[in-house]
Design a protein around this ligand. Sequence first.
Ligand code: FAD
Length: 292
Amino acid sequence: MFIKSLYQKKKPVLSFEIFPPKPEYPLETVFQTIEDIRDLNPDFISVTYGAGGSNRNRTIEIASRIKKNYGIETLAHLTCVGHSPAELDQIVNQIKSEGIENILALRGDPPRDQPEISFRPGNYCYAVELIRHLRRHSGFCVGAAAYAEGHVDCKRWQDDWDFLRAKVEAGVDFLVTQLYFDNRVFYNFKENLLRMGVTVPVSSGIMPVLNPNQIKRMIYLSGASLPAKLLHLLDKYGDQPGEFEKAGIDYAINQINDLIENGAEGIHLYTMNRAEQTRIIIKNLKTMGKIG
Ligand SMILES: Cc1cc2nc3c(=O)[nH]c(=O)nc-3n(C[C@H](O)[C@H](O)[C@H](O)COP(=O)(O)OP(=O)(O)OC[C@H]3O[C@@H](n4cnc5c(N)ncnc54)[C@H](O)[C@@H]3O)c2cc1C
C-alpha cells in the first residue's frame, strides 16, 4: 500500500522509525523489538539506511519481513551519497523485488570513517536528484526529509525551504520532519509551507529524550533548538537518570498530544529501537483517546 493513501484515510498517521542492528549483532534482535511494539498498531514502520550502503541488505530485509510477516506497511530509507546512479538502480530493483512500495529518498551524509565516498563526479549531491531518479521507476510512493528549523548545514532557513519545495515538485508524496522539541517551530514551518504552495502531508518526527547526554548529541546532530521547558528538565533531573527518563517521556507525550490537538497529519516516533519507552508513550496517548 502506498503510504500517501494512509494520510487520506486517517489523522494522525502513526509511524515508528527503527534502525537495523549493527553488523556484529544478529538481525533477529530488531524483530524482538517489532514483536514488542506491533500491538501498538503503527500505520507504518520505517527502517533507516546506513549512508554509503553499509547495511543496505539489512534495511531491505527488515522492511520486507515487517511487511510480509507482520502485515505492517513499511518505508525503506535510501540515501544517494556514495552510490552511482547505476548502483541506485540495482538497489531500487532489489527493493521492488522484495515487495516494498515506499521509499524515503534522502541524501545522507558521508560516514565519518569514509569521507572519501562522498560526492564523486556523476553521483548525486542532493536528495532532489534521487527523487527524480526514483520517479523514473514506476510503482513507488516517495517520501522525503524536512527540517522545521532548517537543515543543520543550511545558512538561511528560507533557502532550505525553497530546496524542500524543489524536492516536492520533483515528485514527493509526503514529508517526515527531523526531530524538534518546540511545537511552535513546527506550526510556523507548516504555515510557511502552505504559503509556498506545499500541500503534501507532513509527519512530525518526535524523539523522546531519555537521558541528558542524548539531548546534547541530538542537538549537535540535528541543530534542533532547546526550548526553556526542556532546559528546565535538564537542570532539575540532570543527575537523576530515572527521573529524567520519566520526565523525557512525559515531555514527548505532551508534545505529541499538542500536535494532535492542533491537527497533526502524522506522528513519526523515532523509537531508537526502545520498545518499553515506545509502549509507554503510545499507551498513554491511546488512554487519552488521542490515537486509535
Ligand atoms: C526523517 C529523516 C530520516 C532520515 N533517515 C536517514 C537514514 O536512514 N540514513 C541516513 O544516513 N540519514 C538519514 N537522515 C539524515 C539525512 O540523510 C541528513 O540530514 C542529510 O544531511 C540530508 O539529507 P536530505 O535528504 O535532507 O538532503 P537534501 O534535501 O539534499 O539537503 C541537504 C542539504 O543541502 C541543501 N540543498 C538541497 N538542495 C540544494 C541545492 N540544489 N543547492 C544547494 N544546496 C542544496 C539543503 O538545504 C541541506 O542543507 C534522515 C533525516 C530525516 C529528517
